[in-house]
Design a protein around this ligand. Structure first.
Ligand code: NAD
Length: 294
């Protein structure tokens, strides 16, 4: 298929590379002026001259930091070049972790141009983006478009789930990340308390990984990036704080008190503010450690 791909950062690059490897005709674009050219030279496909060129494809994938940026790129950037360049029937798949309410609002705006918007955020991190084994949560109101998008999604993911109408994938993704982010905070507190008592954090993680405390963070982040001191998961603390805020906002919109969501939101906002949004999320334990000293 002819595919436009906007946002070839930590996740987008390997995802777009898997589309090229699957034989699709891929045109890439990124706000970083060097990235698209480098991608075309190193991986294949072509670098778009502008957003109008990206729009003129059968399918367009977005892998951008936030839903607000997705909306800006698709409707306003370059004088609205993307929307102007759309061909009727184009399927736009927002694979970023965007705000579900914003996604529901964006669908009708793009429909006016004859395009169909789907949300298909992912989980699995950079490692599974590279192997094409992401979990993908697909929301959308157009069953035929979801069916037509399958070859594209299957080139990037191993487990594909239909979550419901437009925006439901984005809601699911934020709620998953809230659970993961809360697990990080709980794991970090346990490791810090244990260390002060005299336990070895490396041994603690090893034990938790064969015990009931096991979670994604004990398995990967604490083991390799905190105890292993790599601090390079490829997932920025600002993006995780954004995801937790989306989940907490959703709780508030549903008129639910959700104290865990609110506390997790506060913990990650503090980590982002102290570390800077682009720092690796695995470094949050250093902020938590400072706070536990009181
Ligand atoms: P990233 O910052 O590495 O990549 C984002 C890319 O978008 C960058 O290359 C940036 O230059 C580009 N960009 C920003 N604004 C743009 C614009 N206006 N026009 C064109 N390009 C623009 O982020 P990432 O880690 O690849 O994450 C992308 C999305 O995927 C986010 O929504 C994130 O929450 C989500 N996500 C990330 C991970 C992870 O492990 N990194 C995992 C799952 C989901």
């Amino acid at each position: 298929m002819r595919i436009g791909f906007i946002g070839i950062g930590n996740m987008g690059w390997p995802m777009a590379a898997n589309l090229v490897a699957a034989g699709h005709d891929v045109t890439v674009q990124d706000a970083d002026p060097d990235l698209a050219g480098r991608f075309a030279a190193e991986v294949g496909g072509r670098a778009a001259a502008g957003l109008g060129e990206v729009a003129a494809n059968e399918v367009v994938v977005c892998m951008l930091p936030t839903g607000a940026i997705v909306r800006e790129v698709l409707t306003a950037a370059e004088g609205g070049a993307f929307a102007a360049g759309l061909k009727p029937g184009c399927i736009i798949i927002d694979m970023s972790s965007s705000e579900p309410v914003g996604t529901k609002e964006l669908g009708p705006v793009l429909a006016e141009r004859g395009a169909v918007l789907l949300d298909a955020p992912v989980s699995g991190g950079v490692a599974r983006a590279k192997t094409g084994e992401l979990a993908i949560m697909i929301g959308g109101d157009d069953a035929a478009a979801i069916e037509a998008a399958q070859p594209v999604l299957q080139a990037m993911g191993a487990r594909l789930f239909r979550t419901g109408g437009l925006g439901s994938g984005h809601a699911m993704k934020a709620l998953n990340n809230m659970v993961a982010a809360a697990s990080y905070v709980a794991t970090a507190e346990a490791m810090l308390i244990g260390r002060r008592f005299g336990l070895d954090p490396g041994t603690m993680v090893e034990i938790m990984n064969v015990s009931t405390g096991r979670n994604f963070h004990t398995d990967v982040v604490m083991k390799d990036h905190v105890v292993g001191e790599k601090f390079a998961t490829g997932f920025a603390v600002g993006l995780l704080a954004k995801d937790v805020k989306i989940a907490a906002d959703l709780g508030r919109a549903m008129k639910m008190a959700a104290p865990m969501a609110n506390l997790t939101e506060e913990r990650w906002a503090t980590a982002r503010d102290r570390l800077g949004a682009t720092a690796d999320n695995s470094l949050a334990i250093t902020v938590l450690e400072a706070d536990l000293q009181s």
